[in-house]
Design a protein. Structure first.
Length: 139
């Protein structure tokens, strides 16, 4: 009997020691760090303007022309990027008309000494559609 009592006391002591040292179940801790909101995914131009008829029509006409030989959306190659043009000019009918005329007649000096060739075969309406597309690209 003495061995049973000694064994029981030992087990109780061991259980108490185990619990005191963290061996028992713990309540869920609420010290979780706040989760920062994920940065908003930047939309592509195609996503942003997928239903905009000005964007769609202008993009089709720009792709069908020789504009991409000298211009890119975000990077200057020979001429300014479309984004640079959009930053420089407000999207007003006065600027659309002025820039469409420059596209048709060509020009030099506004963006440096490299001339933009004339596009006399381009209709005024097509040139305006293309300019409206470019001016949508303002950030």
């Amino acid at each position: 009997m003495k061995i049973n009592n000694l064994l029981n006391v030992g087990l109780i002591a061991l259980a108490g020691l185990t619990f005191a040292c963290g061996g028992g179940e713990k309540a869920a801790e609420t010290t979780a760090e706040p989760v920062a909101a994920a940065p908003a995914k930047e939309m592509s131009l195609e996503e942003k303007y997928q239903n905009d008829p000005i964007y769609i029509k202008g993009l089709e006409k720009v792709k069908a022309s020789d504009c991409t030989s000298c211009h890119m959306v975000a990077r200057k190659i020979v001429g300014p990027s479309y984004a640079e043009v959009a930053e420089k000019y407000e999207n007003t009918e006065a600027y659309v008309t002025m820039l469409a005329t420059k596209v048709i007649q060509g020009g030099v000096g506004v963006w440096g000494e490299v001339p933009m060739p004339a596009h006399p075969g381009l209709s005024e309406e097509d040139a305006k559609d293309m300019v409206r597309y470019v001016l949508l690209l303002k950030k």
